[in-house]
Design a protein around this ligand. Structure first.
Ligand SMILES: [Fe+2]
Ligand SMILES: [Fe+2]
Length: 419
């Protein structure tokens, strides 16, 4: 165990010791003054690379193909939090990349990535997913009670522009520019289920005037705090039903609502009538690729799943593997990237958990549906505030946020073959 790991474990055990993660990472990458180098997105034709420098400087990046050719990507903006989109790549190809000193061209850091395989067939649809914006949250990285936290909490440097506002706005702006067929929220839009929290989401959307429809799945934060209270989530988004199923073009979407309203810890629960409804909705759209957006995961190798009874999740998996034509399930709630394959030896359904929109690793999902495959990519906005906030909140959970929430590259970027 190295010193860094020892300090982290000591911190976790005592609940009191904070590790200066930034100082440790400067040492880790040597004297070059580069840290937090990440490749959040890899597609067939491009990637996104983000990093931080000790001193503000322009961004300079070189990508090397297997045949030895080099491409340069740069930005003249003088910043500490860097992010560049790499374009013009070939599918299924191994690339090296180098971060260069803008003053003398010295190689500060070298890494590699492999582009996704080419997707074949006609494109049927493209949709964006945002999970866990948590509008109204006071601090990010808070674990504990309202008045006491075991961990260090993070707040925006501008009290008039809280983290949930600028992260959600940046995600929405990028999505708007991409122009998908629809946008789906995967729950926990609010933090306290207050009407004004839902209103703020609506206001941000209205400011952008998106040309695509927006749909909302409920999260465990989006429930009335008393069983008899008003359903602010449904009212906030003008929903008649929170258990939703609908077609969009040649594909279909299921946004079930399995949130347990009696749970104080944010669990999910399956009532018999909801199980039947879920099964019926799957059967109804059996003639087209169907996408299920559910706030809670059904299965995870990493984390305990948050269901009132694990048998509930098993019953849903059983239905998914038997009924209709589900291609992919997308979840939020865990605030980190996690890919699990649900399967029974015949049908296999990928279950993708999206990182939160509101803090590290900070971003949204983009799903492209083809005739015979479906592509998922996690995108981190290249907005300067988002990059700064992402680098700050890497320190959450005693500096363990990268281990807990970032996931492997294949959990953020994948091409799944279907039928
Ligand atoms: Fe949640
Ligand atoms: Fe959440």
């Amino acid at each position: 165990m190295d010193r860094r790991e020892f300090l982290r474990r000591l911190g976790l055990a005592s609940g009191a010791v904070m590790v200066d993660d930034r100082a440790e990472e400067w040492l880790w990458l040597g004297s070059k003054g580069v840290r937090a180098v990440e490749v959040p997105t890899v597609t067939q034709v491009g990637s996104v690379i983000t990093w931080q420098t000790r001193q503000p400087c322009p961004s300079l990046l070189q990508v090397l193909s297997p045949d030895g050719s080099k491409s340069h990507f740069e930005s003249a903006e003088v910043v500490e939090d860097h992010g560049l989109a790499v374009t013009g790549l070939r599918a299924s190809t191994d690339y090296r990349f180098q971060l260069l000193s803008p003053t003398n061209g010295q190689v500060w850091y070298e890494g590699r990535f492999r582009t996704l395989p080419a997707a074949e067939g006609k494109r049927l649809a493209r949709f964006a997913v945002i999970a866990d914006p948590h509008v109204g949250e006071m601090e990010a990285g808070h674990i504990g009670f309202p008045d006491f936290s075991f961990t260090k909490g993070y707040k925006s440097w501008d009290p008039n522009n809280p983290h949930w506002r600028f992260t959600l706005r940046a995600c929405l702006e990028e999505i708007n520019a991409l122009g998908p067929d629809l946008l789906v929220f995967a729950g926990d839009l609010s933090t306290h289920d207050k009407p004004e929290e839902y209103r703020l989401v609506r206001t941000l959307l209205e400011d952008l005037r998106p040309a695509f429809p927006v749909f909302y799945a409920r999260g465990n934060h989006d429930i009335p705090h008393a069983q008899t209270a008003e359903d602010n989530f449904k009212k906030g988004f003008g929903l008649e039903e929170s258990f939703q199923a609908f077609p969009v073009g040649e594909v279909a979407f299921l946004l079930p609502d399995f949130i347990d309203r009696t749970s104080k810890t944010g669990r999910a629960k399956v009532r018999t009538e909801d199980l039947r409804r879920f099964s019926d909705d799957l059967k109804k759209y059996a003639d087209r690729p169907t996408f299920v957006i559910n706030h809670h995961q059904l299965l995870s190798r990493r984390r305990p799943i948050d269901w009132a009874d694990t048998g509930d999740a098993d019953r849903l998996i059983d239905v998914l593997l038997r009924e209709g034509n589900p291609w992919l399930m997308l979840c939020g709630h865990v605030h980190g990237a996690d890919l699990t394959l649900l399967g029974n030896g015949g049908r296999i359904i990928p279950q993708v958990a999206l990182p939160a929109c509101k803090d590290y690793p900070c971003g949204y999902g983009l799903v492209t549906v083809y005739e015979h495959s479906v592509q998922y990519n996690f995108h981190r906005p290249l907005d300067p505030w988002c990059l700064r906030w992402t680098n700050l909140t890497r320190g959450m959970y005693y500096g363990l946020a990268p281990k807990l929430n970032y996931g492997r590259v294949g959990e953020r970027n994948a091409l799944f073959m279907r039928g």
